[in-house]
Design a protein around this ligand. Structure first.
Ligand SMILES: Cc1cc2nc3c(=O)[nH]c(=O)nc-3n(C[C@H](O)[C@H](O)[C@H](O)COP(=O)(O)OP(=O)(O)OC[C@H]3O[C@@H](n4cnc5c(N)ncnc54)[C@H](O)[C@@H]3O)c2cc1C
Length: 545
């Protein structure tokens, strides 16, 4: 019986030969190899023996994979390992079953040595547009790798984008999931971070790490100069226009940057207030009045709860179904084995947790999550029944794979319940499900069911556009079309068309446009993927003239 350590030793020997077929024979027929840079210099999951054989032939011997050190016991069937490649040191995780590898994860961790390279250029090598968590984490990584960079953000202070969100917002993910690179939250940090505290923490982060950031600085447009191989980026800094010529432009403008407001007949005749959820601050102005909220996902619930607690009468219009999960279940059953006080006590530090999480390819994650969600659905049957009885329509993703996969597919369609569902059940938040809006009149919203709701406030909690909208707006629509949508992994689910890619589309890798990169997502993604993105940029910086 071959255990993980022995398997790795065979793998190391055969990889050096570059014989793809023999490499693939070490894997299960349907095995996976997820490689984050050390072999293929991209973020990719290779699925099945045939594809692994091809990948091995193309990349194995050139990688210089050696010095493998398995961190577990000789009898373990899975575990962490470290290795060296020509490009630098790496880490990995391997799963072995019946002598064959079912899944292998390899990831580059660093570059071989700190290099001494200076530049006479006045423009930064990398321009990071957006100084939210994604831009700051990337800046911190580039700084650590000595790559010249500049972060710009349109707001006057770092953290403002969190501060400007609605007053009642508290992060839904627990602290263990949310650490930024190099500077974790202090030990006494609250489990769930209120949004202003999050904004203040990001500001402190930028200051203490002395990140190179210009605030009150907006990118107004950018064009790639194919001949010179760099960008012509027009920025407006404190009202003055400047041109920068970075080689690489990283769009870190957020998944939630482009408010999506649906069009309805009569919107222009409606005499009350209409706003997108991103403009909502608090419910104090609508005490005692009905407020129509279009949408029934996270922001809709948070806003409806805030309105109800402030004494107004929110009515959520739910066009299609929503996944709802109680926050405790979410934290314990989805994140808890890797990101929790318990996991930490067992020695699963955040970097170990990140590697284990990345070691599960998306196809396997779908299967794993389907089982977890079947369990949640069964154990919380009466809760879901009460919600359904209140007229709310619940789903668990179209294939039962739950919130994590919905997030990776479209980053929408769910509510992590922090009390809003109870309000729906007992009626302080009203729900109209399976209905859309037909039109608005001067003082009312008219539903497709024929119901007329008199109101003077309509809030569109209808989500955000795709990140390529930023490319369209700041570069041009042709470039946006050429690179295609960002996010999703080609699951074939609604909003995430195929073909299957098995990684987040266009994220943290160079897009079809030379020198154009995208980053974003939640705090885990800002932390983990910033390293991989920075390593790719650093390699290009080292090789540049
Ligand atoms: C209501 C709400 C609640 C959320 N709750 C959670 C949560 O609980 N947990 C979690 O992990 N995530 C949550 N998210 C999702 C995500 O973590 C946040 O959206 C986060 O802010 C994303 O970080 P980012 O750095 O990718 O983008 P952003 O934080 O959106 O940063 C983008 C930055 O780009 C700047 N910018 C925009 N245009 C320009 C321009 N032309 N030039 C220069 N700068 C520009 C903006 O000022 C902004 O600072 C939530 C999102 C929303 C909207």
């Amino acid at each position: 019986m071959k255990h993980a350590a022995e398997w790795l030793s065979d793998f190391t020997e055969i990889v050096a030969t570059g014989d793809g077929t023999r490499i693939s024979e070490l894997f299960d027929e349907g095995g996976f190899w997820r490689d984050y840079l050390p072999f293929g210099w991209s973020l990719q999951t290779i699925e099945g023996r045939k594809a692994i054989a091809q990948f091995g032939s193309n990349h194995a011997s050139a990688a210089g994979f050696e010095g493998v050190h398995f961190e577990g016991k000789p009898c373990d069937n899975e575990g962490f390992f470290r290795f060296q490649t020509k490009e630098g040191p790496g880490r990995g995780y391997v799963y072995v079953e019946d002598d064959l590898c079912t899944s292998l994860f390899t990831m580059l961790n660093d570059l071989p040595h700190k290099y001494d390279k200076t530049t006479k250029e006045t423009s930064p090598y990398v321009l990071v547009v957006g100084g939210g968590q994604a831009g700051l984490a990337l800046g911190a990584q580039l700084q650590e790798l000595s790559v010249p960079y500049l972060i710009i953000d349109k707001y006057p202070c770092v953290g403002d984008q969190w501060r400007l969100r609605y007053d009642s917002l508290v992060l839904h993910d627990p602290v263990w999931y949310n650490h930024m690179p190099f500077k974790p939250f202090p030990k006494d940090w609250p489990v769930f971070t209120p949004k202003d505290l999050m904004g203040d923490w990001l500001e402190k982060y930028a200051n203490e790490l002395a990140l190179n950031i210009w605030t009150s600085t907006k990118l107004t447009c950018a064009r790639y100069d194919e001949t010179r191989g760099n960008w012509h980026a027009k920025i407006c800094k404190n009202g003055e226009t400047q041109i920068l010529n970075p080689t690489h432009l990283v769009v870190a403008l957020g998944l939630s940057g482009f408010p999506k407001v649906p069009k309805f007949d009569g919107q222009e005749t409606f005499e009350g207030f209409q706003m997108h959820s991103s403009d909502y601050k608090s419910g104090v102005a609508s005490v005692g009045k009905p407020v129509v909220i279009v949408g029934a996902n996270n922001s809709a619930h948070d806003i409806a709860s805030d309105l109800a607690l402030n004494g107004s009468h929110p009515i959520m219009i739910q066009r299609s179904s929503t996944l709802v999960v109680n926050q405790q279940d979410y934290c314990e059953r989805i994140l808890g084995s890797l990101y929790s006080a318990k996991a930490l006590a067992k020695g699963i530090t955040v970097d170990r947790a990140d590697i284990i999480q990345a070691s599960v390819p998306l196809r396997l994650l779908e299967t794993k999550h389907r089982a977890i969600w079947d369990g949640i659905r069964k154990d919380r049957q009466s809760f879901y029944q009460h919600l359904t009885d209140a007229g709310f329509t619940v789903d668990f993703a179209e294939d039962g794979t739950g919130l994590g996969m919905k997030y990776r597919r479209t980053a929408s369609g769910y509510y992590i319940d922090v009390g809003g569902s109870e309000m729906v059940i007992e009626g302080s938040i009203q729900i109209r499900s399976g209905q859309g809006i037909k039109h608005l009149s001067r003082y009312a919203v008219h539903l497709t069911s024929g119901e007329e709701i008199t109101t003077d406030t309509v809030i569109y909690a209808t989500g955000y556009g795709n990140m390529t909208d930023w490319v369209s707006a700041l570069i041009d629509p042709e470039t946006a079309k050429r690179i295609g949508p960002c996010w999703g992994y080609g699951s074939g689910a609604k909003g995430d068309p195929g073909p299957w890619i098995g990684e987040q589309r266009n994220m943290w890798v160079e897009t079809a446009q030379s020198g154009l990169w995208m980053t974003g997502g939640n705090l885990y993604q800002a932390r983990f993927f910033s390293r991989l993105l920075a390593l790719q940029l650093a390699k290009r910086w080292i090789l540049s003239d």
